[in-house]
Design a protein around this ligand. Structure first.
Ligand code: HPA
Length: 263
């Protein structure tokens, strides 16, 4: 980890990013609006894994967007790929080493709530962690590991996003995201259980990063693209999911560009 910290520390002085943005796929259009300072391929960063998922980029981009210097992690690591919790959350450690205070995460998820449809945008208001087997804070020394997870997705930041979406007539819903380990999809019984628990959408990422970000005291904003109905998963082609994520990513890009001009 020391190598990682040594690699990222200098970027604190060089670009002083105050927002980190972690995306799976589809936020390329956001970079078009940004003034790009520097791109670094994950493979050139010590200790950094390279995402194995089709449709996921693998690079870090320093840029200016709106009123802020941001660092994009274009491509994330999933537990189901076989990475350890430490590897899955390495982007957050890197962001922390650069002094980042705010995290924006986006992901793709399947609708559990029947009122959500493929292509919908969902602001994450809370999460349920069903990745039972592991936690990025397991084994951390000291009482700080007992992180408070109330208001995990910052209410003020959510309000700003909702106002922007309303102003530009972009439909946005708000809901609870559930993270599962994957890579197998959920059984119908598991999905019915989730529905009863008040879960709106299910996916295989985000929560580990968010937990570690809260440990470091970052404010978190989360957005989810509904790519399919989870009850029909398996019927939908991966390519279709990527296509919907791309279109949804354009809406997210627009909202976040406005957001970074406002905050
Ligand atoms: N389940 C889990 N992860 C997902 C889904 C799903 O239905 N859709 C997109 N990511």
């Amino acid at each position: 980890m020391e190598k990682l910290t040594n690699f990222f520390n200098p970027f604190k002085n060089k670009y002083n990013p105050d927002f980190a943005i972690i995306t799976g796929s589809g936020l390329g259009s956001m970079l078009e609006k940004a003034k790009i300072f520097e791109r670094i391929s994950y493979k050139d960063i010590p200790n950094f894994p390279v995402s194995t998922v089709v449709g996921h980029a693998s690079e870090l981009v320093f840029a200016e967007l709106g009123k802020h210097n941001v660092v994009f992690f274009n491509g994330r690591f999933h537990y189901y790929e076989g990475y350890s919790m430490e590897e899955v959350t390495i982007t957050i450690k890197a962001a922390h080493a650069m002094g980042v205070k705010n995290l924006i995460v986006s992901n793709a998820s399947g609708a559990v709530n029947p009122t959500l449809k493929a292509g919908d945008l969902m602001l994450i208001k809370d999460h349920v962690n069903f990745i039972f087997a592991d936690n990025p804070l397991r084994g951390v020394k000291g009482n700080e590991k007992f992180v408070n997870m109330t208001n995990v997705y910052d209410e003020e930041l959510r309000k700003i996003v909702k106002t922007i979406a309303f102003k530009h007539n972009i439909p946005i819903k708000e809901g609870v995201y559930c993270a599962v380990m994957g890579p197998s999809f959920e059984t119908i019984s598991e999905l019915l259980l989730m529905e009863r628990l008040g879960i709106d959408a299910v996916g295989m990422s985000t929560v580990p990063e968010v937990i570690l970000a809260r440990f470091y005291g970052m404010k978190v904003l989360g957005l989810s693209c509904i790519t399919d109905n989870a009850f029909e998963e398996g019927v939908v082609q991966h390519e279709k999911v990527i296509q919907i994520a791309k279109e949804c990513g354009e809406k997210i890009s627009f909202i976040l560009s406005e957001f970074l001009m406002e905050v």
